[in-house]
Design a protein around this ligand. Structure first.
Ligand code: SAH
Length: 355
């Protein structure tokens, strides 16, 4: 069976012309998928019955199984999806005022090994296909009532998007297309551990997505402890590549900084960070650590957090403290998959029946 959402490889146009169908059938199918939110070929009523049956015999719209669907009181919903090979990924819908943002995964697992993150604890299994990344978006879209649209996408789920750049870009092109999800590039953010060659590739490609770099430390010694791949890269190279991207794309850069109690949340860290970010038009997104079962890291006290914030604000850095959303459903990446793993502690997620 071919994956209908894997447009790059599914040869749908050829299939249609080989079946003697007019080329506008392709657009009709696309409209059913994105605008009409169809869940099966049966619903595509402007296609003939024989065509619907032929499509259903060769193509599948959904390839994943919803293993778990969790909802939190603040409107956050999270899906744990399982692919036919057994690989699992998470994706999240966040509601914030008029915003309907989704956070999707790019890989099964992650190879970056950030010591505080649940996603990489077991390494990486594989890249997701562009169809699998799109499938997460469309599954989340279908959780919304008909009169609501997805407004923002963040590639901040499991995996390192720049380690699966080709498939991520294919999906985002479809997501930003008017005939696709119609979400403009300025409302799409790629979050990366910071891989300079891949950031340069984005610059070369004249990409217009927002870039968020997960910094987490103001110096290489500490960053390498928290983000082991930093050893071969170093903060300077990442900042250089990010600056070039900023110049070519005009998009404001975001740096993410997960605050870990007693580790990277001290006054000296804030001062050093301010020094590095000064003279750059950046947004610093500070994320209070979301504790992961089995890991020793803790969320900082509110005193440490405010001190950190004050030092950076006094230095003129634009800073945003990300609100924690979906805590009770383990909405931080990789957490649900772990709580669901067979040998882990009993899960505490609020569960609603999965579809
Ligand atoms: N690989 C990409 C996307 C990963 S997740 C990247 O590194 O940016 C998106 C963000 O969540 C990253 O900044 C990541 O470091 C952070 N993160 C991971 N685990 C977390 C946790 N338990 N609490 C808070 N933030 C976390």
């Amino acid at each position: 069976m071919k994956h209908l959402l894997d447009f790059e490889r599914n040869q749908l146009s050829e299939f249609l012309s080989d079946s003697g169908e007019k080329s506008f059938r392709f657009s009709q199918i696309v409209k059913w998928i994105f605008a009409d939110r169809a869940d099966s070929f049966d619903e595509m009523l402007n296609l003939s019955k024989p065509l619907r049956e032929k499509l259903a015999s060769q193509y599948t719209l959904w390839t994943s199984k919803v293993v778990k669907h969790s909802k939190s009181n603040d409107g956050t919903e999270k899906l744990l999806l399982e692919w036919p090979d057994g690989g699992q990924v998470e994706c999240v819908l966040l509601r914030d005022g008029d915003r309907r943002s989704i956070c999707v995964s790019s890989q099964v697992g992650c190879a970056m090994g950030c010591v505080f993150c649940a996603s990489g604890l077991d390494g990486v299994d594989r890249n997701l296909t562009s169809g699998e990344i799109l499938e997460q978006m469309l599954r989340l879209q279908r959780l919304l009532p008909r009169d609501e649209r997805l407004s923002h996408i963040v590639m901040m789920g499991m995996g390192e998007p720049l380690a699966n750049l080709k498939n991520v870009l294919t999906t985002l092109e479809i997501a930003s297309d008017e005939k696709g999800l119609g979400i403009s590039a300025r409302r799409i953010t790629i979050s990366t551990v910071g891989i300079p060659e891949a950031i340069r590739k984005l610059t070369e490609l004249k990409s217009r997505y927002n870039l968020a770099v997960s910094l987490h430390a103001p110096n290489d010694e500490l960053r390498t402890k928290l983000v082991p791949v930093n050893k071969k890269i170093g903060i300077d190279k990442i900042l250089d590549a990010a600056d070039e991207y900023f110049e070519s794309s005009g998009r404001r850069l975001t740096f993410e900084y997960v605050l870990l109690a007693g580790i990277n949340d001290q006054a000296e860290h804030a001062k050093q960070l301010a020094g590095r970010l000064r003279r750059r038009a950046v947004l610093l997104n500070v994320i209070p650590y979301n504790p992961v079962a089995g890991l020793p890291y803790k969320t900082p006290s509110s005193a440490a957090t405010s001190q950190f914030r004050r030092i950076l604000m006094d230095a003129g850095i634009t800073i945003q403290f990300r609100q924690r959303k979906g805590d009770e459903i383990n909405a931080a990446c990789g957490q649900l998959r772990r709580t669901f793993a067979k040998d882990s502690a009993p899960q505490t997620v609020v569960i609603s029946p999965s579809s």
